[in-house]
Design a protein around this ligand. Structure first.
Ligand SMILES: NC(=O)c1ccc[n+]([C@@H]2O[C@H](COP(=O)([O-])OP(=O)(O)OC[C@H]3O[C@@H](n4cnc5c(N)ncnc54)[C@H](OP(=O)(O)O)[C@@H]3O)[C@@H](O)[C@H]2O)c1
Length: 237
């Protein structure tokens, strides 16, 4: 659901899925889109776009962004990292810290900074997770752990903010065709389609948005037979 009253804020808007979110929200008629990136530069020429400099790993940066964008009605916590690190790789601890700091603490920072604006506007927050929040892929075990933490975070934020009229969604897509999945050889979702699926889902009642056949099949399997579904994924990965 997007119209001229929608004031969206998208993190990681300079490339990949974030750039598609900005483009699709504009195409769907959003009144204003804050496009946030670490450099403050985004490559979209539209008077409705307001570039914002934001590092979600930095408290002050998140607080400043929320001050600049105090009229936000839809916060899309899209920025994320995947160090593609297994737990026994030489850099496992450093990778896990970086992933937790951006994927988990970054989303927590943004939620805390933007909560007053979202409460004022009775708005919505979408956290971009991954189906890997629900299953483990050992080749990127610490990414899975950080996204699982972000899923628990999203559930608690939903419960805390619901009485104040703010809806919190968790988006769980399969692999998407961006830089992050450059080396993945399996089927990948078109970022354009993912960026459309999220605003479509805001009109629905489900708070977990499974995007793409792979994520939807895994979610179905997990709801029926969690252990067997996880074992099957491990045997094919
Ligand atoms: N690609 C996939 O297969 C896939 C699958 C499921 C879920 N996701 C999730 O979808 C989201 C978008 O991923 P993507 O595929 O578009 O990845 P991407 O192409 O690697 O882009 C990641 C974006 O996040 C930004 N970012 C990273 N750390 C940041 C920080 N500390 N502060 C602010 N921005 C930061 C990056 O900015 P810089 O340009 O400055 O690095 C970039 O704009 C992520 O949350 C990812 O986990 C992706």
């Amino acid at each position: 659901m997007t119209d001229c009253n929608t004031v969206a804020f998208v993190s990681g808007a300079n490339r990949g899925l974030g750039a598609q979110f900005v483009a699709r929200l504009l195409a769907r008629g959003a009144g204003k889109v804050y496009a946030a990136s670490r450099t403050g530069n985004v490559n979209i020429d539209d008077p409705r776009v307001i570039p914002v400099t934001l590092d979600i790993a930095d408290d002050e940066s998140a607080t400043h962004a929320a001050r600049v964008a105090g009229d936000t009605t839809l916060l899309i916590n899209n920025a994320g990292v995947n160090r593609k690190s297994a737990f026994f790789s030489p850099s496992a601890i450093e990778d896990a810290r970086a992933e937790m700091d951006v994927n988990y603490f970054g989303t927590l920072r943004m939620a805390r900074a933007f909560a007053p604006a979202l409460i004022r506007q009775r708005g919505a927050m979408v956290n971009m997770l991954s189906i890997l929040a629900r299953v483990s892929l050992p080749a990127m075990g610490s990414l899975c752990a950080s996204k699982a933490a972000e899923l628990r975070l999203s559930e608690s934020l939903r419960a805390e903010l619901a009485p104040q009229g703010v809806r919190v969604f968790a988006a769980l897509p399969g692999a998407i065709d961006t830089d992050m999945s450059r080396d993945f050889e399996g089927p990948k979702l078109d970022p354009f389609a993912v960026a459309d699926a999220v605003p479509d889902a805001l009109a629905e009642s489900a708070h977990e948005i499974y995007i793409g056949a792979m994520a939807q099949e895994l979610a179905r399997g997990l709801s029926l037979e969690r252990v067997a579904t996880q074992a099957q994924l491990l045997s094919t990965s």
